[in-house]
Design a protein around this ligand. Sequence first.
Ligand code: ATP
Length: 390
Amino acid sequence: MTDTTGTPASDTPVFSVDGLWKVFGPKADRVPGDPDLTALDPAELRSRTGCTAAVRDVTFDVRKGEVFVVMGLSGSGKSTLVRCLTRLIEPTAGTIAIDGEDVRAMDRARLRELRRHRAAMVFQHFGLLPHRTVLDNVAYGLEIQGMGKAERRERAAEVVAKVGLEGMEQRRPAQLSGGQRQRVGLARALAVDPEVLLFDEPFSALDPLIRRDMQEEVVRLHREEGRTMVFITHDLQEALKLGDRIALMRDGRVVQLGTPEEIVGSPADDYVRAFVRDVPREQVMTVRTAMRPAASSEETVTGPAVRPDATVSEAIEAVSRAGTTARVLDEGRCLGVVDAGALLDVVAGTAAPTRTADAAGDTHADGAAGVVPAAPAQRREPAPTSEEPV
Ligand SMILES: Nc1ncnc2c1ncn2[C@@H]1O[C@H](COP(=O)(O)OP(=O)(O)OP(=O)(O)O)[C@@H](O)[C@H]1O
């Protein structure tokens, strides 16, 4: 995803996590530094020490402006990991920084400030105050911050409208549906204008249609505001839909960290492969995976045009309609072509593993692998067969 200005998310990390451990149980501190104990699998560790390593040696950055999804089955350590970011759970070992500031060194006042202003959490059970109106629930966080009544109500009204609850300001939580309540929880977190929003499985209690609405709401808000988000889910479809990058957890470890396309196209191990096996690859993989250099200058000026980030599914439609190869065009520049065979290889899972990490650079780097300069005539005006890239 990109921020509001349309530029790609910057590389400056909001959160920087290194060698993080959270061990529950007696004498938990001794576990991270003891190679004999860290080598044990979860069941052995539990029987030998009575400890559970909920987060095991996890390292990652959350970049400014991205939606970073933490995904894994129940008990894999997602909630513990995300709660460690603001020390709602105290880590056992490792470092955490927010904008370069050491979170583990923060005193209570600084931590409070972190949770209230900088990294607001949206919970599944959003803890709305039953006797307060929607507006006052949303204004609650601002009240705690000491903002005056008129000002906080004005700010709350803006955010209520932003999450689509206009007209419901005076209702009480009991007069709302589950989805509407979740919107109030979201609005309350947004009202304090945090640098990063942390979502802990916020939609898992909602029915599927409302859940989809809320996912779209998050995508829309992210598109409009470019706010950094960390999103916990155990639902792969949700992770693929929302995540710029996904950290897939198993038994406290991150087994793979990558874009949806990297996770689906190049699973790191058999566990991830099994996890993504039923994902319709053509809806996640982009045409970059199937692209090859043009075989002739003819190929760079004929055939339908597709964007580099078009899905394989979109390209299949274009190629099948035209009956020829399609050109992958980036601002008029032909990066390469895709043909039916390569697209089918992606669907069948017989294509070479994706190299999206490298390929991401292709967009910006002239002369990158597979880049074929567009013919001058094509730069001035589209070839007769071309359409707007799909
Ligand atoms: N306070 C605690 N004391 C002991 N063990 C705990 C505690 N909290 C979590 N655990 C254990 O740590 C592991 C990770 O739990 P966590 O809640 O982080 O997983 P999760 O992936 O968020 O699961 P879910 O999707 O079910 O919420 C589990 O084995 C859990 O039983």
